[in-house]
Design a binder for this molecule. Structure first.
Ligand code: COA
Length: 158
């Protein structure tokens, strides 16, 4: 993701989330946060998905994954997640975590498919509706078990 992509990204952000990130949040992530790595997926010229991860030594934190509503269920979410996992491992991460709304079953299924499990619940984490966050986690992502699973899922995508 580059700064010039932000306008398009914000349209997807608004279509996907109840409390969308403002433009300056993306600006800060791209320009000031050395730990942050953001990617977009395109169909032709158009951005259809984006995702980001922070990598802090051995820990990675997925900050966002979003696919334009008209393009969902076409495996863009999977492709973005694979990209984030590969980036995290390349940068040295062993553990990957994220928060997801308790009601967001689609996203939970995506993460579970890639080996994440729910470790804990943060009560009332989302202030807009007091919804709980599930804290999901994948461990030992550099290890053979995780890497073989990732390779098999990636192979199936092709
Ligand atoms: C969650 C999201 C990223 C999934 O992306 P997607 O491109 O639509 O999903 P994919 O086509 O890559 O599907 C991959 C897997 O995700 C799960 N999944 C995706 N959509 C699902 C749905 N509506 N119901 C149940 N499972 C779903 C399935 O496990 C699926 O694998 P399968 O087809 O083998 O069962 C997308 O729905 C989205 O952007 N939602 C709005 C934003 C959001 O909630 N982001 C996550 C914040 S934590």
């Amino acid at each position: 993701m580059r700064v010039i992509d932000i306008r398009e990204v914000l349209r997807i952000e608004a279509a996907c989330f109840q409390t969308p990130w403002p433009s300056n949040a993306f600006h800060n992530e791209l320009s000031d946060n050395k730990l942050a790595h953001y990617f977009v997926a395109r169909s032709g010229e158009e951005i259809v998905a984006y995702a980001g991860v922070w990598v802090i030594l051995e820990d990675a934190h997925i900050t966002t994954v979003a696919v334009h509503p008209s393009q969902q269920r076409q495996r863009y979410g999977e492709r973005m997640l694979i990209k984030l996992l590969e980036e995290a491992v390349d940068r040295g991460a062993s553990w990957v975590t994220l928060e997801v709304r308790e009601s967001n079953v689609a996203a939970q299924k995506l993460y579970e498919k890639y080996g994440f499990t729910t470790m804990n619940v943060r009560r009332g984490y989302y202030s807009d509706n007091d919804e709980n966050a599930l804290v999901m986690w994948a461990g030992n992502v550099k290890g053979a078990i995780f890497q073989n699973r990732l390779a098999a899922l990636k192979e199936r995508l092709h």
